[in-house]
Structure formats: C-alpha cells, structure tokens
Design a protein around this ligand. Structure first.
Ligand code: FES
Length: 101
C-alpha cells in the first residue's frame, strides 16, 4: 500500500457542531483533496470521520496528523485553507489552531 503523508479526522458528531456541519465538511474534504491532487503520490492524505473527538464544543473540529494540530470552528472556507496551506504546502493555519498534540 502506498503510504499516507497525513491523516485528517473530521468530527461529524452533533455536540461540537449542533447543526452537524462536520458531515458537510467531510464530504467537501473529499472533493478538495481531489482538486488539490492529494489523493495519490508523496503528499497523499487519508481522510476519516469520527463521531466524537472528546472536545464537544466550538466545532466543527478537524485534526491533522502526524503534526497533531487541532482546528476549531472549521468553516468550508477554513477547510479549503487547511487543505491548500497545511496539507498541500505544509504551512499550518495558525490562527485557527486551538491545540497541538
Ligand atoms: S461531538 Fe465533536 S468533539 Fe465531541
């Protein structure tokens, strides 16, 4: 199996984001990864959804490994920045980080 450079977990639960915005983000993430060429090759990204990341407030919550960077309040616009700036270009979107590791 070809290795992944990063894993992205999106919380799709209803406690951190009562309108379940995470579900929409999880779908959007697939198309953004495809658009940015992150599904194959050395920058390959694996996306995953989880029902809870234990934060349960201020969501949607998105976590990127191996850096262990946790993003809060992720909107579609912010998700696009995370994909382009963090996943593709390797620059963490610092102003949206609320926790590391
Ligand atoms: S429901 Fe999203 S962190 Fe718990």
């Amino acid at each position: 199996m070809e290795p992944y450079a990063r894993h992205v977990l999106v919380c799709t639960g209803g406690f951190c984001s009562p309108n379940r915005q995470g579900r929409m983000l999880y779908s959007l993430l697939a198309s953004l990864l495809q658009r940015e060429g992150l599904l194959f090759g050395p920058s390959r990204v694996k996306r995953g959804e989880t029902p809870c990341l234990g934060v349960c407030a201020g969501g949607p919550i998105v976590v990127v490994y191996p850096e262990g960077v946790w993003y809060a309040g992720v909107t579609p616009t912010l998700l696009e920045r995370i994909v382009v700036e963090h996943l593709k270009e390797g620059r963490v979107v610092e102003e949206a980080v609320f926790y590391r590791r």
